[in-house]
Design a protein around this ligand. Structure first.
Ligand SMILES: NC(=O)c1ccc[n+]([C@@H]2O[C@H](COP(=O)([O-])OP(=O)(O)OC[C@H]3O[C@@H](n4cnc5c(N)ncnc54)[C@H](O)[C@@H]3O)[C@@H](O)[C@H]2O)c1
Length: 253
């Protein structure tokens, strides 16, 4: 049985829920975060069968006051935070960045980029303090996207926010070494609410922008969970600042 504690943002649905299930099945205690409490409770119900500790922290990752108090509450609840997975994100509506409203652009950057920075910042500070209590290192795992490496024409601002996450991951890796590692994953097209759970929508999108996965299928949420399991485990202890694509070969990186 594993007794490590992992915070997963955006874990009320999609990739975050699938990651929670995978890691709970491996014995990790899971701290669930998202904006919609009812969705987090649904995830928590699913995790019951694994007999791990679960906690719900409902709130917005782009709100610095919320994030600071969430991390402090987590330390009160579990004492040690072993890993954080910055998965919360939004794509915004597909369309031209020429016509995008400023408020929409701001929202995408706030949730995807600023949210990842805030959660990493307060987790990083807590992980540095806990180093005095345990030799265990902390791990930050950020969810970017293949669009952060090669922009999607229809999702320009989203692509920028995901590229910024890649740079942020490398900055945290440099600044927090050797105590804390920071790595990012770049998923592809996975059937989740971000794509309205609709594989046909995904396929028509990839045809229209001509960014087609070499593996010729849409991904499932579970397709990323093995990599996440590796990144939170001790097997990845000699790895930091790395950006790993798990996108079915939409782009080669
Ligand atoms: N599905 C894909 O194909 C795909 C591909 C590449 C990257 N991603 C990234 O994976 C992550 C998860 O997306 P998903 O596909 O599972 O979609 P999703 O919509 O199911 O998950 C996003 C989650 O983030 C939460 N969230 C949104 N704004 C938040 C905020 N301000 N504070 C806290 N939580 C917030 C949502 O409630 C939701 O549960 C996102 O960062 C997304 O950009 C997804």
């Amino acid at each position: 049985m594993n007794s490590k504690n992992i915070l997963i943002t955006g874990s009320g649905s999609g990739l975050g829920r699938a990651m929670s299930i995978r890691l709970a099945s491996e014995g990790y205690n899971i701290i669930l975060n998202g904006r919609t409490e009812s969705k987090l409770i649904e995830t928590q119900e699913i995790l019951k069968e694994y007999n791990v500790k679960t906690f719900i922290k409902t709130g917005d990752v782009s709100d610095s006051k919320f994030v600071e108090s969430m991390i402090s509450e987590i330390i009160d609840d579990v004492e040690l935070l072993h890993a954080v997975i910055n998965n919360a994100g939004i794509s915004g509506k597909p369309g031209s960045i020429l016509r995008m409203a400023e408020a929409e652009a701001q929202k995408i950057m706030d949730i995807n980029f600023k949210g990842t920075w805030l959660v990493s910042k307060y987790s990083g500070l807590a992980m540095k303090k806990q180093r005095k209590l345990t030799p265990l290192r902390g791990k930050i795992i950020n969810v970017s996207s293949f669009a952060g490496l090669e922009p999607m024409p229809s999702l320009g601002m989203y692509s920028c926010s995901k590229a910024a996450i890649i740079s942020l991951t490398k900055s945290f890796a440099k600044e927090l070494a050797p105590v804390i590692t920071a790595n990012a994953i770049c998923p592809g097209y996975h059937i989740t609410p971000i794509y309205k759970n609709d594989p046909n929508l995904i396929q028509s999108m990839w045809n229209s922008i001509n960014m087609i996965p070499l593996l010729e299928r849409v991904g499932t949420a579970e397709d990323v969970t093995g990599l996440i399991s590796y990144l939170v485990s001790d097997d990845s202890n000699y790895m930091t600042g790395q950006i790993i694509s798990i996108c079915g070969g939409v782009i080669l990186h």
